[in-house]
Ligand binder design. Structure first.
Ligand code: GLP
Length: 241
């Protein structure tokens, strides 16, 4: 595991974006695993600038997103497809057909999970997976549990996650209760993982993730076992380590 400490959120965003663009420069047709959330917004802003400056070219890149809310279509302004469109895809030269997010409106959610898992395999696996961290230690939407869910699956969100994510919705009861998420094995099979964390509110959970016991009660703790994990976190997030 390599931990890169940054001065603040902006510094984290620039350093993480540079790691992603280096990956694309080294392999122009790489498969990127992408994430949503406030943590990654700054990273995507940096990537947009680098793309405009001609420093990084997304024309050969394929992307697979970690997760999506069940019941929200890509047009819903709180869906993760919509987040990706507005915060990244519409502003870079990626081919839209090469971008993938689980379909939250699939009539058969279980079949959608199987399709998504095979899609990642057919693409040849994820070269670099970007991750944020939930306040309860979740990665993607793999919530604390008594076992690690392996493959892409439908998940019941924890009350704490619904609360945390309600800041994006008008009312808490509008937050979907379920999601489709890549599983822990899906994530761990990525060749490289880039975990980004910012702020004191995540300091305690980041400490548990990086130096506590590996347990499904803290899903992100499994990352300690990944052979190629890079953590880019600001000083606030790293203050308990
Ligand atoms: C959501 C996403 C996660 C993300 C987490 C943290 O629940 N499913 O992939 O890492 O939120 O989000 P934020 O970066 O906004 O704190």
């Amino acid at each position: 595991m390599k931990i890169i400490s940054t001065k603040n959120y902006d510094d984290m965003s620039r350093k993480a974006a540079n790691i992603l663009s280096a990956q694309i420069i080294l392999k122009h047709d790489c498969i990127l695993g992408l994430a949503t959330g406030s943590t990654v917004e700054g990273i995507y802003k940096q990537l947009i600038m680098q793309n405009r400056n001609g420093d990084v070219d997304f024309s050969g890149v394929h992307s697979v997103n970690l997760d999506e809310y069940v019941g929200l279509s890509g047009e819903h302004n709180q869906s993760y497809r919509y987040f990706m469109e507005t915060n990244l895809f519409s502003q870079i030269n990626v081919h839209r057909g090469n971008t993938h997010v689980p379909d939250g409106t699939a009539a058969d959610a279980e079949a959608e999970c199987i399709r998504y898992e095979s899609l990642i395999k057919e693409l040849g696996g994820i070269d670099l997976q970007l991750l944020g961290l939930g306040h309860n230690g979740h990665i993607g939407f793999n919530e604390p549990d008594d076992k690690f869910p392996l493959l892409t699956h439908r998940v019941q969100l924890k009350e704490s996650t619904i609360k945390a994510n309600s800041r994006f919705f008008e009312k808490e009861d509008q937050v979907p209760r379920e999601a489709i998420t890549m599983g822990i094995k899906t994530i761990m099979q990525a060749k490289r993982i880039l975990l980004c964390v910012s702020g004191t509110a995540k300091a305690e959970i980041l400490k548990q993730v990086l130096s506590g016991p590996v347990t499904p009660a803290v899903p992100g703790s499994i990352l300690q076992l990944h052979p190629n994990l890079t953590v880019v976190a600001d000083e606030d997030a790293l203050c308990h380590l």
